[in-house]
Design a protein. Sequence first.
Length: 179
Amino acid sequence: MPTSPAPEASVPSTAAAVVDLLNSRAYAIHADKLDDPALAHTLLAPFGQDAGAVPPQRLDLVRGLRGNLMTLLTTEDPAEAWTTFTERTSGVAFTQDFSTPGEVVPHQITGDAVVGGITLHVAELVANGTWSRLRICANDECSVVFYDTTRSRTRRWHSYEICGNRTNVANHRARKSGH
């Protein structure tokens, strides 16, 4: 069950999983979705969560990473946030398998499996230049994270019909009333 608006066809599954993770946080009127065991399992499955309950220590690690990733989306100077993310994931190590021609397959050898999965997803988004497509809705009352699929990378709202239209109507009314 997705935790955010339905991903568009052009949103890579890696990005959709990260967006769902980021939208699992408590914001606006929403509670932290990681507090619900069934939702936590569903949200973490793309990152390698196996069947069964998500251990509390894993949830703590994921919440820390999620908070750090949100900081990356909101800060003007992300260098410190990337350093913090690197420190949080330093217990995760990978080895590379080059046995298939033209392919490199990383295999996690240390650290929490789900933290490793999140790390690989974020690394893929950074490596292919799509991390910058993750945005927070410009409607201050919303705060939904979304993946900007526009060619110009200028989308401002997670949904124009919901947040964009409301913002534009409110701005129009304010201008018309002279405020």
